[in-house]
Design a protein around this ligand. Sequence first.
Ligand code: NDP
Ligand code: MG
Length: 385
Amino acid sequence: MTRRGVAILGSTGSIGTATLRVIARHADMFRVVALTAFENASLLREQGEAVRPDYIGIVNPNGDSSAEWATGPDCLIEAASLPAVDIVVNAIVGAAGLQATLAALRAGKRVALANKESLVMGGDFVLSACDEGGGEIVPVDSEHSAILQCIGTRPSSEVSRVILTASGGPFRDWDADRISRATIDDALNHPTWRMGRKITVDSATLANKALEVIEAHYLFGLPYDRIDVVVHPQSIIHSYVEFVDGSVIAQIGFPNMELPILYALTHPHRVVDPAVRPFDPTSASPLTFGPVDMDRFPALALGIQAGAAGGVAPVVFNAANEAAVCLFLDGVIGFAEIPRAIASALAATSALPSGTLAELIFADAAARSHVREHNANPVSEHACP
Ligand code: NDP
Ligand code: MG
């Protein structure tokens, strides 16, 4: 059997390194053709020595790249379009992943998509690139992988609603006043998942769930009033699909991103993976559920409203959130400023046009500038995009 060629964009991150572990266990099926990172040259070099890919790219070489590596942001597009690549795992964090998603889909690849920001920022353009190039998007995000698995081969006309589960993050039981004083360490202390810093903060504000609602809208073609969110602290039920006859199907398992990563590589097939912890309902018990509290987590409401409003709003929500999270992680703003910065950017940019990709990229930049100008101390050094 010919092995399928895989490009891993963002190979040095949480999803990227998990993908390399998954592929190492399935080396009979997959071959790593390309690896890219932003700036972590030492880990990238180690990964390159272990898997010997055809292509290695680093966006920001910082004087520490190897002579044969490609450099600069175009390496993402190049890696995503290589003829030997069948599957592009997009594990880049943030809007920086959009162009690679578009390039891969235009080149007819399967995109195993962890980079949800691609769909939030350029949903319509991503879907058109998919149609035009004959590519395919298979979600890596655990909730969307769950929904895909629950829908199976049923037509979308039989789906009445999806229910995304949310762990609720580290502040699930905190009151609003305590949340507003949360520190960086508090926000990075996620109860059920170990992930990169940006998505971990997004899981504390619940902005991540808003990004996922928008992601579900594009992936499954559902209007926003048919996408619900429920808090489920144990992260065992990864999401539910309700069908028109009232039947509800859920996908279940102990939280581990290696399972949805493997499924995104093998979909619609399933393969044996001895490393996955066998499910045991007794030790998973009890499973609990509760409503989301939009008052304590205003970023969630802002994101869902932005998705439903369409136009530049989802782009601005995503970009303002990225800029604000970066400022929070740099110690420039407090946790409660994150949703305030997003709301302010949404209000300031609502009249911007959204008809072309260039206009979306302009709105993304405008939202970031707005957040920086209104929140950063002008004398402090900060390198947030
Ligand atoms: P990490 O921060 O751990 O990793 C990000 C990766 O992207 C790194 O390889 C980093 O390189 C690279 N990168 C960062 N900025 C750029 C840039 N401007 N251009 C190119 N490459 C860049 O993030 P995660 O792995 O946690 O998340 C990746 C994506 O997957 C996000 O969209 C997230 O929402 C999504 N996701 C993650 C989950 C998880 O469990 N971690 C679960 C579901 C979705 P370097 O190391 O050199 O900085
Ligand atoms: Mg998720």
